[in-house]
Design a binder for this molecule. Sequence first.
Ligand SMILES: Nc1ncnc2c1ncn2[C@@H]1O[C@H](COP(=O)(O)OP(=O)(O)OP(=O)(O)O)[C@@H](O)[C@H]1O
Ligand SMILES: [Mg+2]
Length: 367
Amino acid sequence: MFSKEQILKALSKVFHPEKGKDIVTLGMISEIESGENGISLTIVPEKSNDPFISSIRSTIVKTIKEVLGPNAVINEIKVQPKVIVGKQHEKHREVLPEVTNIIAVSSGKGGVGKSTIAVNLAIALARKGFSVGLLDADVYGPSVPKMFDAEKYRPEVKRENNTDHIIPLTKYGVKVLSTGFFVDQADPVIWRGPMASNFLKQLITQGEWGVLDYLLVDLPPGTSDIHLTLVQEVPVTGAIVVTTPQDVALADAVKGISMFRSDKINVPVLGLVENMSWFTPAELPSNKYYIFGKEGGKKLAEKMKVPLLGQIPLIQSICEGSDNGQPVALGDSLTGNAFMELAVALVERVNERNKDKRPTVKLQITK
Ligand SMILES: Nc1ncnc2c1ncn2[C@@H]1O[C@H](COP(=O)(O)OP(=O)(O)OP(=O)(O)O)[C@@H](O)[C@H]1O
Ligand SMILES: [Mg+2]
């Protein structure tokens, strides 16, 4: 067994080929452990697609042996992209002070796959090692409980210091709260606008979210009171807009993007996700059928000058996984990997945004 200091000293002999500094000075090392099976560590590159990662890995294995002797073996090297903390965190903020990034998942049109994308992205981010929360803000049609196979889950509410604290469900590595956890799914939910907004406020402010790298918020379709409540209640880091490639969805996606970009709301659009980009049947996995048109989302992203974060095909297993409460992002199938790639694209986009954008402030409504 080796001490952390010994290991760090050895690692300081490993240089990043491009940056010309050693990986310890560059702050690329986190979590070192020396156990019976050898040394495990996590490297945190600034970019997850850093082309030098594999050469750094092999240099670490070699250098550890050279410096600490032949008994020093590497058990595991994990790679985790860095979470850059945005300027919104430089100031103390009252609401969700321990949540680094709040991401709204929205669309113009209903049924394009917001919830599917939000749920699978949350699971993929958790599998990458981030701490993740998912808030299902679709008070009118919550679909997250079914997708987590948790329709019967009723959150515990703890009363402390005269405030109720709502305990989220923790499943698949994600902390989840849904309006659907509080109502019987068979009953039609009739909300007056202010009731829905108040309920959402409670889930945001009284949810025991704890420390999170990302809180994803699955929004109802279109542009509603719920959207306003969210941007009034919390400083949203940015929004993802989901669309399918067909014209009717694209037209509504433009409205969604314009809403976030409007002077009143002013939330950065992190990117567009094109869902149901093509259909691939299970028995012909290399065939692509562009049933909703080809690359409509991609072209819209170019036109509106928003990054295209990813294209997700229409695949039966995605729908089945959601219906069975076993989202595809839990596994390493082709579709599971598509969501892992989407997660990496999102992390990088959020980091870029946090480097150069001013903090999003809460929207103030003056009457
Ligand atoms: N890529 C995909 N492949 C297969 N099925 C999909 C895909 N994306 C979404 N679906 C299915 O399409 C339906 C609608 O998706 P989802 O509920 O995620 O959309 P939504 O935008 O959240 O809808 P709403 O506007 O009602 O909230 C669901 O049955 C879902 O399983
Ligand atoms: Mg939905």
